[in-house]
Write a protein of this length. Structure first.
Length: 125
């Protein structure tokens, strides 16, 4: 059974913090079904950082996918992309690409997501 601290360390290494929603999900999961939670986190960790892509690229892709889904998790992956060396310009370029596939809602939402990612990243400095 994985320890909460071990799972939390993966998020902190990637994003710089463990988002509250993830923290709550992992704590409950470890209490109720630690085996599933361990497998879920191992799968998530493996998928979010594939060996074929560098971390910056994988996080920019995740950021774009989440923009298209209008998901607030885009902030976390935008912050992770910044931590991996991405620039504000690269986040903006991904937002422009999201516009092609989701339209104005994605690019409008991107403003909030980019601002949130930059804020979270800058708080870590």
């Amino acid at each position: 059974m994985p320890a909460f601290a071990d799972i939390e360390a993966i998020y902190v290494k990637l994003i710089g913090y463990m988002p509250g929603r993830m923290k709550d999900r992992v704590k409950r999961g470890l209490r109720i079904d630690p085996e599933f939670t361990g497998m879920l986190e191992a799968l998530r960790d493996h998928a979010v950082a594939p060996k074929a892509l560098d971390l910056k690229t994988s996080q920019l892709i995740a950021f774009g996918i989440l923009l298209n889904n209008l998901s607030h998790a885009a902030v976390n992956h935008g912050c992770a992309a910044l931590r991996a060396g991405a620039s504000e310009e690269e986040l903006h370029a991904v937002a422009q690409m999201a516009f092609l596939f989701r339209g104005l809602p994605a690019v409008n939402f991107a403003e909030e997501a980019i601002a949130g990612a930059l804020d979270a990243y800058n708080k870590q400095k």
